[in-house]
Design a protein around this ligand. Structure first.
Ligand SMILES: C[S@@+](CC[C@H](N)C(=O)[O-])C[C@H]1O[C@@H](n2cnc3c(N)ncnc32)[C@H](O)[C@@H]1O
Length: 182
């Protein structure tokens, strides 16, 4: 069991056919592909990444699996330009860097916090957000600490935030976090 398993179990439970979903960090496309399968042909999936390599890998995975999504080369901080407020059922963030990609490109609090806020505004009431926070090693702790502090400050009448931790695992495993919008 790891963070990807936990997040994907959550997505399988939450995302229904016809859903509008956003993958805020497309990477190798694994989350995008799952969202496409869950939302089905009646649904819509938007995926963002700032790295052309990730866009190419995501498009290739979707093609190989016969799935369709709008895969956009842009920062997730700009996601409000692509969807109407309170129209999205589910948003996924998988922070960190692209495995095997350019090590100089990784998510940072400077764009992650505005992107989370943009995503929360796009969620419809009853919509959900799943986040996997990578930290330690090359990423350091700044982004993790900034995200956790920011999520703690969200209005509890508008959002429910569940942050999970792997208490007996070593080497800073990523943290799964789930948000429900009232
Ligand atoms: C850990 S990977 C994502 C893994 C992916 N969800 C998957 O299923 O393979 C993190 C990705 O975030 C991307 N990224 C970094 N900054 C970003 C930003 N501001 N907007 C969108 N994507 C960003 C990186 O290029 C990288 O591909």
């Amino acid at each position: 069991m790891n963070t990807l398993d936990v997040v994907h179990d959550f997505l399988r439970r939450q995302v229904k056919p016809g859903a509008f979903c956003i993958d805020a960090t497309a990477g190798k496309g694994r989350d995008t592909a799952l969202l496409c399968r869950l939302a089905g042909t009646e649904g819509r999936v938007l995926a963002f990444d700032v790295q052309q390599d990730a866009i190419d890998q995501t498009r290739a995975l979707l093609k190989a699996e016969g799935l369709q999504a709008e895969v956009v080369l842009d920062s997730h901080a700009n996601m409000a330009q692509y969807a109407a407020p309170e129209s999205v059922d589910c948003i996924v963030f998988n922070f960190g860097r692209l495995p095997g990609g350019d090590p100089k490109i990784f998510t940072t609090a400077a764009s992650s916090l505005p992107a989370i806020d943009a995503g929360l505004a796009l969620l419809r009431p009853g919509g959900v957000m799943a986040l996997a926070i990578y930290y330690g090693k090359g990423n350091g702790y700044d982004e993790k600490n900034a995200i956790l502090a920011h999520l703690k400050s969200l209005n509890d009448r508008m959002f429910t935030v569940l942050a999970c931790d792997w208490l007996n695992r070593k080497h800073d495993p990523p943290l799964p976090i789930f948000i429900w919008k009232e």
